[in-house]
Write a protein that binds this ligand. Structure first.
Ligand code: AMP
Ligand code: MG
Length: 331
C-alpha cells in the first residue's frame, strides 16, 4: 500500500496546525492551563487537536484516533473564555467553526486501539512551545501493531540547524518501506533524509540528543552510556519529537530516553514516539526500548510492554544495548 491519501491528509492538516500554533504564539503569547496531572496545556494544543481530528475523521470516518487531549476540561463552565479562544483560533482556518464542533472534534481523539488507528500529539513539547523553543505536531497511522505513516511538523526547527536565525519550519514524513523525507515549510522544498551511519570519532554529529526537561529521562546514565561507547561530542538538548527529526537527518547519532530515577515505572505514550520512530527507521536508523525490544503499539495509549527508548543511527545500537546490560549487571 502506498498510503498516498493518508499522507496527503496528514501533511495538509499538520501544516494548518503549524499555522494555528505559530499564530497563537505570536499574537497571544500563550499561557499554560494546568491539567489534572499538573502538566501544561494551551489553547493551541486544543485548537490543533480539533483541526487534526476534524481532518482525519472527514477523510477516514471509520478510523479511530488516540490523541493526547480531551475536551473534558474545556467543557467546564469556568472554561468558557478559553473555549472561545480555541474556537477563534480554529476559525482563522475553518471559518464556520462553532464551540460545540470544537469540543466534538477534540473528543474524536478518545478512540481505542484497533487493527488500524491514528495516534496524535497536537503539541508535543508544550513546555518548549511556551518557552519559545522546539515543539512538534505529530500524527501517525498504525496498522496491525506497526506504524505505517508518520508526519511530524516542527514549526520552530531551523531549516539549517547551524543557522538558528535563518528560516524555520520543517515537516518530516515517513511511509513504511518508502523512506523518510523533509519538507521546508517556507519553500516547500522536499528532500530525502538519511541517518549518518559512519561517523569519525571527531565528528560533531557523533552526539547524544536528550530532553531539555530533566524529569524526562536519566541524564546522568544517558551520558555515561554515550561516553562509554565513544559518543563524546557535546550533547544536544531539545524539546519534543523534533529530536527524532534531527537524528533522522544525520545531525546526531543517538537519542536516549531512559526512565527517570524517581519514576522508574513510567510508561511512554504512543503519541510521543510513533511518528518520530518511523521517521528514524525509514531514514536507516533503529528504535527500540532499553531492552532492545520493538515498540509495541497494540496495547492502548501507553507502551506498557516497553521501558525507555533508544533511537540510534543503527550502527551504534548494539553497543548501547550491551553497555546498558553491563550497567544493570554492575549496579
Ligand atoms: P520532551 O519534549 O522530550 O521533554 O518530552 C515531552 C513529553 O514527555 C511529553 O509529551 C510527556 O508526555 C512526556 N513525559 C511526561 N513525563 C515523563 C516522564 N516522567 N518520563 C518521560 N516522559 C515524560
Ligand atoms: Mg507529548
Amino acid at each position: 500500500m502506498n498510503y498516498n491519501p493518508e499522507k496527503h491528509v496528514a501533511i495538509t492538516a499538520a501544516l494548518a496546525a503549524a499555522q494555528l500554533c505559530e499564530r497563537v504564539r505570536c499574537n497571544r503569547s500563550p499561557h499554560a492551563i494546568e491539567k489534572q496531572d499538573r502538566s501544561p496545556v494551551t489553547i493551541a494544543d486544543f485548537g490543533t487537536q480539533a483541526l487534526l481530528c476534524r481532518a482525519i475523521s472527514q477523510a477516514f470516518p471509520t478510523d479511530p484516533i488516540i490523541a493526547e487531549e480531551s475536551a473534558a476540561l474545556l467543557r467546564q463552565p469556568q472554561m468558557a473564555e478559553q473555549l472561545q479562544q480555541v474556537t477563534q483560533a480554529v476559525q482563522a482556518l475553518v471559518p464556520d467553526t462553532t464551540p460545540d464542533a470544537v469540543l466534538d472534534w477534540i473528543d474524536r481523539g478518545n478512540g481505542q486501539v484497533s487493527d488500524r488507528f491514528w495516534t496524535l500529539d497536537p503539541i508535543d513539547g508544550t513546555k518548549g512551545f511556551l518557552r519559545g523553543d522546539q515543539y512538534a505536531i505529530a500524527l501517525a497511522l498504525v496498522e496491525a501493531g506497526e506504524v505505517k505513516l508518520g508526519v511530524m511538523a516542527c514549526p520552530a526547527l531551523p531549516v539549517n540547524l547551524t543557522q538558528p536565525e535563518g528560516d524555520r519550519g520543517v515537516i518530516f514524513v515517513a511511509v513504511r518501506g518508502q523512506g523518510s523525507s523533509r519538507i521546508a515549510m517556507g519553500t516547500g522544498q522536499t528532500e530525502a533524509i538519511q541517518v549518518r551511519r559512519t561517523l569519525s570519532s571527531q565528528s560533531e554529529y557523533l552526539r547524544l540528543l536528550e530532553s531539555v526537561e530533566r524529569d524526562r529521562g536519566n541524564p546522568a546514565l544517558q551520558r555515561a552510556i554515550a561516553q562509554s561507547i565513544g559518543v563524546t561530542a557535546p550533547c544536544l538538548k531539545m524539546d519534543s519529537l523534533a529530536k527524532y527529526g534531527v537524528l533522522a537527518q544525520g545531525e546526531a547519532a543517538l537519542y536516549l530516553r531512559l526512565p527517570w530515577i524517581q519514576e522508574p515505572d513510567y510508561r511512554e505514550n504512543i503519541w510521543d514516539h510513533a511518528a518520530g520512530a518511523i521517521v528514524v527507521e525509514e531514514a536507516g536508523g533503529r528504535v527500540t526500548d532499553m531492552d532492545g525490544k520493538r515498540l509495541d503499539y497494540s496495547t492502548g495509549a501507553k507502551l506498557i510492554h516497553n521501558r525507555g527508548i533508544i533511537a540510534s543511527n543503527g550502527t551504534l545500537h548494539e553497543a548501547v544495548l550491551a553497555a546498558l546490560r553491563q550497567r544493570v549487571l554492575v549496579s
